[in-house]
Every structure is written in C-alpha cells, then in structure tokens.
Design a protein around this ligand. Structure first.
Ligand code: HEM
Ligand code: HEM
Length: 232
C-alpha cells in the first residue's frame, strides 16, 4: 500500500518523482475538454434556445447540440475506461482515485492535518506528498470519480431511450430509468450532478493555484510533464 505522505522518510533526498504516466496526463486533459463541451451543451439541452425561424427542415441546431453532447459523452466514457485500466497496470499513485484507505489511522490523522493546513492554522505542519493528500483524495474520489461514473451511467441510460430497446445502451443501462422512477427523474439527477462536478472543478482550480503558491511541490507542471518536483 502506498505510503501516503513522504514524512516517513524525511532524509530521502528527493528532487523529483515520476507520478503521472502519459496515459494519465492525456486522460486528464481529454476528460477536461470533454467536460467543457458536456457542461456547455448540457446547459443548452436543459435551457434550450428559442426555436429558429423559417422552414423547419432547413435547421438542425438542436440536433448538433445533442450530437456534440453525445460525442463528448462517448469521449468521457472511453477516457475513464482507459483511466480505470491504467489504475490496474500503472503505479501506486494511479490507484488513489479509486482506493481511499479509510481504514488507516495514519491516513485519518493526515486528513486532520490537512484540515488545519487548509485553514492556515499555525499549528499545522504541511506534509510533502508525491501523490494526493488525504483531503484531495477524498474529494476526488467522491466528486470526480463517482461523479463522472454517475454522469456516464445516467447519460447512457437516457441515451438508451433514443437508441431503442435491445441496443447495447439499453441492455447495459436501461435498468437505471425504472430505478430512479421515470425518464424525467434521471434528467433531474443528471442535471444536479453536473453542478457537483462544476463545484468540484472550481475548488480544484483554486487548490491547484493555492498548492502551487504555498507548497514546495510542483503541481501544474506535474500534470503536464508527469514529474513531481520538490523545490527545496
Ligand atoms: C460530466 C459529464 C456530463 C454533463 C455535465 C452533462 C450534462 C447534461 C445536462 C445538464 C443535461 C440536461 C438535463 C436536463 O435538465 O434535462 C444532459 C442531458 C443529457 N445527457 Fe448529459 N452530461 C454529461 C455526461 C453525459 C454522458 C457521458 C452521456 C452519454 C452519452 C450523456 C447523455 C445525455 C443525454 C442522452 C441527455 C438527454 C438529452 C435530451 O433529452 O435531449 N451525458 N446532460
Ligand atoms: C483547466 C482545467 C483544469 C486544470 C488546470 C487542472 C489541473 C490539474 C492539475 C495540475 C492536477 C495535478 C494535481 C496534482 O499534482 O496533485 C490535476 C489532477 C486532477 N484533476 Fe484536474 N484540472 C482541470 C480540470 C479538471 C476537471 C474538469 C476535472 C474533473 C471534474 C479534473 C479532475 C482531476 C483529477 C481527478 C485529478 C487527479 C488525477 C489523478 O490522480 O490521476 N480536473 N488537475
């Protein structure tokens, strides 16, 4: 099991660690691009623009909006499949998004330390991490990982209504609609979870900038080049 903070080995002369292999970095940026398209087109589906005038058969505006949403939906789903595969074959850090060691006392104690650090309490000692700190890990697990899975499952369930009975979307995800009640309920939950992901992204961006400024670890360049560098 991955040692969470690097505190256990303070004498280790760390300059940099290869944390994110290329598939993880590509997944992150492809998924981010897909999310931008999904949120934009999703809001247009939820709050449609007024009908365009003239001959109906000359326009396909809403069709294009839905087409963009579904294409980005497929991209998101496939990128997460690649990410899950990489969690199996990749290094320990790649599993942090899926396995949160809530059974570990040390993890909870570091979680408490994170709370103090983020509150800028003087008693907090910021620890060094090559992967994610416990608070980041927990937020990422619930909001990014489970949030994305929820969007993919409910998205394909709604898609199955158009794809029709017997389609693979219907066979794999058709059961979701009766589970929620009816189609409109799935729409509502899919819509609500979008705001959870949007909130996560806003806090995520704040944290990236905050950690970059207040800690001695590289952050943004780590998701570009793969290496976590230690500036001290
Ligand atoms: C984070 C990812 C996603 C976001 C933010 C998102 C957002 C949205 C939103 C806001 C709506 C409108 C819901 C409403 O109020 O009625 C919607 C509808 C829909 N989404 Fe997504 N979505 C995401 C992922 C997906 C995925 C992976 C699929 C699978 C293909 C998908 C398929 C659909 C379908 C089929 C609809 C209904 C379209 C319609 O009724 O015309 N979505 N989405
Ligand atoms: C332009 C927008 C974004 C920027 C600049 C950005 C930046 C970053 C950076 C720098 C990291 C590495 C953090 C570290 O070193 O510990 C990271 C990781 C991560 N980001 Fe983003 N991010 C963006 C959008 C998103 C979005 C939309 C999501 C999903 C909702 C997301 C989910 C994640 C996750 C889950 C990780 C952890 C990756 C892993 O452990 O495999 N990011 N992001």
């Amino acid at each position: 099991m991955l040692q969470n903070s690097l505190a256990a080995d303070p004498n280790r002369d760390l300059k940099s660690i290869y944390v994110y292999a290329a598939p993880v970095r590509i997944w992150h940026w492809v998924m981010t691009a897909a999310m931008i398209v999904l949120v934009t087109t999703g809001l247009l589906i939820a709050y449609p623009p007024p009908a365009v005038g003239g001959e109906a058969s000359e326009h396909f505006l809403f069709g294009y909006i839905r087409f963009a949403h579904f294409t980005a939906g497929y991209v998101l789903a496939i990128s997460w499949l690649v990410r899950v595969y990489w969690a199996i074959v990749g290094n320990d850090y790649t599993r942090q998004l899926f396995l949160v060691p809530v059974w570990s006392r040390a993890w909870w104690s570091e979680f408490g330390n994170d709370l103090k650090t983020y509150a800028f309490l003087p008693s907090a000692k910021p620890l060094r991490y090559a992967g994610h700190n416990p608070m980041a890990q927990l937020a990422m697990f619930f909001m990014a990982t489970l949030g994305s899975f929820f969007m993919i499952i409910t998205g394909f369930a709604m898609y199955s209504e158009g794809a029709g009975r017997g389609s693979w979307q219907d066979k794999l995800f058709g059961w979701v609609i009766p589970l929620f009640g009816q189609s409109q309920d799935v729409h509502t939950w899919h819509h609500l979870c979008m705001w959870l992901i949007v909130m996560f992204t806003i806090v995520h961006l704040y944290m990236v900038v905050r950690q970059e400024i207040t800690t001695k670890e590289s952050i943004l360049s780590t998701m570009i080049g793969g290496y976590r560098s230690f500036k001290d």
